[in-house]
Structure formats: structure tokens, C-alpha cells
Design a protein around this ligand. Structure first.
Ligand code: DGL
Length: 290
């Protein structure tokens, strides 16, 4: 049994999941949050499903010591590639992802159009998984989908380049021009990193295209789950935000404000050795026995 004051764990490959934290803090300010950015292994979007599932498994195993009342995989790539398997491996934990809420948001934004054009940009792995196509078509099978990988964006964002940066503008122009030519009704940002460029992307897509992201819906989804299960945090005061990273805590702290809108306390560095320690310990007796 976890208490209502127990934290919500939010996981991403790096800074992107902070967009979900920002919405969570707005909607449910009293909630305590433990954030984990796997900065030593970002990007996840160019890696295989077993590799990403392995990373998520290690992170959740490590964070179980905080007895979370809910875990949000605030990374589209990890949700697409690992959520089903991770749910079966941690049946005692309440775990959600960002793809289903993102698909819901896209469909809501498309309104009543009989065959809305919905474009999705995401990492290569998310696009290859077809997770968004499936989630959207399950709800609106007449939607006309255009899903494209935009793999340069996550490394550019993790480098801390802002909207004024020439490289950012060049990359976005290259990626968005062919999409804009098809005049989509909705462009879904299928990666939790991308909302930092949302204003610029919206300007480039023009006013007839709604640009949406899954952060808002994912946070709403968590708030709703906790309310329904009676697990919302007690009291009115602001909850804590504790951040963990696997590399360069100083850089993470300096860039976090762009995603959150507020400063964070210095993150705790968890080395990859510490992260994988439980597995080594479990393996040790077997080695002795042979
Ligand atoms: N924020 C992650 C996502 O939503 C980034 C993926 C990556 O690390 O490549 O997909």
C-alpha cells in the first residue's frame, strides 16, 4: 500500500518529460514528483525496443525505493516500445504512458471533420512502431495520417539550442515544409521534447493547423486516475520536485527552466553503475554457485 503523499515518478530519456511535469504541477500542485532523466543514454529514439525496455526496467527498479503511487513514462519512444512489457513486469505498480493521451488530444483537436488530416512528428523509433497510427485509427479510422520521423530534434534540444538558433530553424524548415504542403488540420508533437519549440512550429505550420502535444493530456490522465482511485495528494501546499539524472546534472539544471518555467534544485546524479546495481547483486549468488 502506498500513501497519498507518495510521489508520482516521471521518466524520460532527458529533459522532455519535464513538459509533462509542468502540466502536472499546474493541475495538481500538491503532488510530490520524482523525475528521472536518463541523460547518459539520450536519445532513445534511435535505439531498439529491447534496449529501451531495458533502460526503463532499470530506472523503475531503481526508483521503486521511493514507493511511487504512480509511474508516468513521459517519453513517447519508451511508451511505444516498452510500456506493455514494463506493465507486465511491474504488475504491482500503476504505470501510464503518453501515446494514448496524445492520440486522444489529436482527435479532440480534429473536431467533427469526417476525415481529418492528422500529421505526427516523432522519433524514428516511435514512427517505426506505428503506435500513433494504431491509437488514432482505433478511435477515428477515417483520419488521414502523415507520420514522419524528425530525428535531429531531440539532440538539438538536449544541446540547449533555442528557437532563435539558425540550426533549429533550418531543421524545422526541412522537416515541416513537406508536411505543411499537405495542409493538415492537426500536427501532433509525438515527442515530449518538442513542446519547447511549439510556438515556432505553430508559426511555421500556419493558423489553419492546430499544433498539439501530449503533455497536457498525459498530466490530465494521471490527475484523473489518482482522483478516481482516491490517491490524490492531501493538502493545498506545493509538492516537491526531486530530479535524478544519469549524466551532467549541471547542464540539466541550467536547461530545465526552459521546459518547466521555473528553476529546479540541483539534480542528483545516478551513475549507470548505480542504476544497474540491483541486477549485479542479483547475479552475484548465481556466479558463486557455479
Ligand atoms: N522525449 C522522448 C520522446 O518523447 C525523446 C526520445 C529520445 O530520447 O529520442 O520520444
Amino acid at each position: 500500500m502506498t500513501s497519498n503523499a507518495a510521489p508520482i515518478v516521471v521518466i524520460d530519456s532527458g529533459l522532455g518529460g519535464l513538459t509533462v511535469v509542468r502540466c502536472l504541477q499546474k493541475q495538481s500542485p500538491a503532488e510530490n514528483i520524482v523525475y528521472f532523466g536518463d541523460t547518459a543514454r539520450v536519445p532513445y529514439g534511435s535505439k531498439s525496443a529491447p534496449t529501451v525496455a531495458g533502460f526503463v526496467r532499470e530506472i523503475i527498479t531503481y526508483l521503486q525505493r521511493y514507493r511511487p503511487k504512480h509511474v508516468v513514462i513521459a517519453c513517447n519512444t519508451a511508451t511505444a516500445l516498452a510500456l506493455p512489457v514494463i506493465k507486465t513486469e511491474f504488475p504491482h505498480l500503476s504505470i501510464s504512458g503518453v501515446i494514448e493521451p496524445g492520440a486522444r488530444a489529436a482527435i479532440q483537436a480534429a473536431g467533427n471533420k469526417p476525415a481529418p488530416r492528422i500529421a505526427v512528428i516523432a522519433t524514428q523509433a516511435t514512427i517505426n512502431s506505428q503506435a500513433y497510427e494504431q491509437a488514432i485509427c482505433r478511435r477515428r479510422h477515417h483520419a488521414i495520417l502523415d507520420a514522419r520521423a524528425t530525428p535531429l530534434l531531440v539532440p538539438i534540444i538536449e544541446e540547449g539550442r533555442d528557437e532563435k538558433d539558425i540550426l533549429v530553424r533550418l531543421a524545422l524548415t526541412q522537416y515541416l515544409k513537406p508536411i505543411a504542403r499537405l495542409h493538415p488540420d492537426v500536427l501532433l508533437l509525438g515527442c515530449t521534447h518538442y513542446p519547447v519549440y511549439k510556438r515556432l512550429i505553430a508559426r511555421m505550420m500556419g493558423q489553419n493547423c492546430q499544433v498539439i502535444d501530449s503533455a497536457q493530456q498525459s498530466a490530465q490522465d494521471v490527475t484523473h486516475r489518482l482522483r478516481v482511485s482516491g490517491g490524490s495528494a492531501p493538502g493545498e501546499g506545493a509538492g516537491y520536485l526531486k530530479c535524478f539524472v544519469t549524466d551532467d546534472a549541471v547542464k540539466f539544471q541550467s536547461l530545465a527552466i526552459r521546459f518547466l518555467g521555473t528553476e529546479i534544485q540541483p539534480p542528483t546524479l545516478v551513475t549507470l553503475e548505480e542504476l544497474t546495481e540491483p541486477r549485479i547483486l542479483r547475479l552475484a549468488p548465481m556466479r558463486q554457485a557455479s
